[in-house]
Design a protein around this ligand. Structure first.
Ligand code: NAD
Length: 429
C-alpha cells in the first residue's frame, strides 16, 4: 500500500525534486513551503423546502509574489482544506511555468452539487462570495471555474461581488458567460492548450496523429473538448469515461456521437450533464480502473486527483501520460512510471490553457476592449507552444522528468521575483 500522505505533502515532494536542479535562495524556498493565507467559511443556505443547510467553503491564496492570486472554485463532496491548498500550490507553479503574471489561489465548497436545485446552487454560490468578498478582488485574488462549476456559476459570483462593492467588477472572476464579460474561447481553453502541448510533444515522442491511440478518463469541460479536438486532428480516441463508467472501441470511437448522447441526456433544469456514456455507441463498456490500464499510446486522466497511484501504476500500459486533471498521478506512482520509462507530461503544463485564457479575460475586462476568437487562440497557441518547448529543453539539458523540469522552469521565475522583493542574499550583495 502507498503510504497515505496528505495531498499537500505529496505535492510538496515535487518541489523538493525540483529544488535539486535550481539555484534559488533558501529564503525563497522557505516562503514557497507555506500558503500565504487560508480562509475557511461556513455557508448557511436556505433550501427550497424551507430548511437551512450549512455548507463548508474554503479559499486559499498560496503565493502572490508574481501577481494577484488566481484559481478555480471546486464544488465537490470531497473538497477539504488540504485539497484546496494543494490546488492553490499547483496554481502558483502553473502561472509561473506559463509566465502568466498571477500567483496561485484556489477555492472550494464541500457539496454534492448534483443534489441541489438550480436555485439552491445560485444561493450557495452567492453565499460563498458573501463570505469571501474581503479575501478576493480583481487585484487580490480572482476565482474561476473548476470541477462542477460552470460559466453560469461564475456569472452569479461576479454579480454578487459587484452587488457587495456597488460597482461593476467583471475582472473579479473569470470563466464568466460571454454576456457578462467572459472571453471568447475560455470554455474550450483548457482543452485547446492541452491539445497544443500534445501536438508540440507528439513529434518528439515519435507519435503520429493518424495512428496514435488515446484513452481519456473524465469527459467533462476539459476532457470532452480535448476528445473532440484529438478526434478531429486524426488521433484514434479509443476510450472515454465519466464518473459512471466508460466506453472502449479499439478501432476508435465516434467522438461526436458519444458527445451527442451526453448532450441529449442532460436534464434541462439542471446545470450538469447526467447519464453515462456507456449506452451510446458501439464498443464495449469499460470501468474507470480498466481504462487507466489500457494499452494505448496516450493516456489522459482528465477527472480528479490521485487516479494513478502506487497500487495501479505498474499496470499502466500507456506509452505517454498527459495530465489534464490536476494531480491525477501521485508522487509514488510518478517514481514507478519514471522507472518504467513512461513519461508523464505534468498538469501544470498540460492544463494551463484555462488559466492562460482566464488571464486574457481579466485583461479584456480591465481594458474594456474585447478580442476575437482568433486573437485569443493565436496568443494561447503561441504561449502554450513556447513554454512547452522551454520545459522540454530544460528536461533535455538536465536529463530530468518533464514534471521536474516544469517545476524548475517555474521556480526560476518565482525565485527571481522573490529575490527581487528582497532576500538575505539580495541584501547582502
Ligand atoms: P468537470 O466537472 O467538467 O468534469 C469532470 C469529469 O470527470 C466529469 O465528466 C465526471 O463525470 C468525471 N469524473 C469524476 N469522477 C470520475 C472518476 N472517478 N472516473 C472517471 N471520471 C470521473 O471538470 P473539468 O473542469 O473538466 O475538470 C477536470 C479536471 O481538470 C480537474 O482536475 C480540474 O482541476 C482540471 N482542470 C480544469 C480546468 C478547466 O478550465 N475546466 C482547468 C485546469 C484544470
Amino acid at each position: 500500500m502507498e503510504t497515505q500522505k496528505t495531498l499537500f505533502a505529496d505535492a510538496m515532494t515535487r518541489l523538493d525534486d525540483a529544488l535539486e536542479h535550481v539555484d534559488i535562495s533558501a529564503d525563497a524556498i522557505e516562503r514557497l513551503k507555506f500558503p500565504k493565507s487560508s480562509l475557511s467559511v461556513s455557508l448557511p443556505v436556505r433550501m427550497d423546502d424551507g430548511s437551512l443547510q450549512v455548507f463548508q467553503g474554503f479559499r486559499v491564496r498560496y503565493d502572490d509574489t508574481r501577481g494577484p492570486t488566481k484559481g478555480g472554485v471546486r464544488f465537490h463532496p470531497g473538497v477539504n482544506l488540504d485539497e484546496v491548498q494543494s490546488l492553490a500550490f499547483w496554481m502558483t507553479f502553473k502561472c509561473a511555468a506559463l509566465n502568466i503574471p498571477f500567483g496561485g489561489g484556489k477555492g472550494g465548497i464541500t457539496v454534492d452539487p448534483k443534489a441541489l436545485s438550480k436555485l439552491e446552487l445560485e444561493r450557495l454560490s452567492r453565499a460563498y462570495i458573501d463570505a469571501i468578498a474581503d479575501f478576493i478582488g480583481p487585484d487580490v485574488d480572482i476565482p474561476a471555474p473548476d470541477v462542477y462549476t460552470t460559466p453560469t456559476i461564475m456569472g452569479w459570483m461576479m454579480d454578487q461581488y459587484s452587488i457587495i462593492r456597488r460597482q461593476q467588477c467583471p475582472a473579479v472572476v473569470t470563466g464568466k458567460p460571454i454576456a457578462l464579460g467572459g472571453s471568447l474561447g475560455r470554455d474550450t481553453a483548457t482543452a485547446t492548450g492541452a491539445f497544443y502541448t500534445i501536438e508540440a510533444l507528439a513529434p518528439k515522442f515519435g507519435l503520429d496523429r493518424g495512428a496514435a491511440t488515446v484513452a481519456i478518463q473524465g469527459v467533462g469541460n476539459a476532457g470532452s473538448v480535448l476528445a473532440r479536438l484529438l478526434f478531429e486532428a486524426g488521433y484514434r480516441v479509443v476510450a472515454v469515461s465519466d464518473s459512471k463508467g466508460g466506453v472502449y472501441d479499439p478501432k476508435g470511437l465516434d467522438i461526436p456521437a458519444v458527445q451527442n448522447f451526453r448532450e441529449r441526456n442532460r436534464r434541462i433544469e439542471a446545470v450538469y450533464c447526467e447519464g453515462t456514456v456507456c449506452n451510446t455507441v458501439g464498443g464495449q463498456t469499460i470501468g474507470n480502473d480498466e481504462l487507466l490500464t489500457l494499452d494505448v499510446d496516450i493516456l489522459i486522466p482528465a477527472a480528479l486527483e490521485n487516479q494513478i497511484v502506487a497500487e495501479n501504476a505498474d499496470r499502466v500500459r500507456a506509452k505517454y501520460i498527459f495530465e489534464v486533471a490536476n494531480g491525477p498521478v501521485s508522487a509514488a506512482a510518478d517514481r514507478r512510471l519514471n522507472a518504467r520509462g513512461i513519461p508523464v507530461v505534468p498538469d501544470i503544463l498540460v492544463n494551463a490553457g484555462g488559466v492562460t485564457v482566464s488571464y486574457f479575460e481579466w485583461l479584456q475586462n480591465r481594458s474594456g476592449l474585447y478580442w476575437s476568437l482568433e486573437d485569443v487562440d493565436r496568443r494561447l497557441k503561441q504561449n502554450a507552444i513556447a513554454e512547452t518547448e522551454k520545459i522540454w529543453q530544460v528536461a533535455r539539458e538536465r536529463n530530468i522528468p518533464l514534471r521536474t523540469s516544469a517545476y524548475v522552469h517555474a521556480l526560476r521565475r518565482l525565485g527571481e521575483a522573490l529575490e527581487a522583493k528582497g532576500t538575505r542574499h539580495y541584501f547582502a550583495s
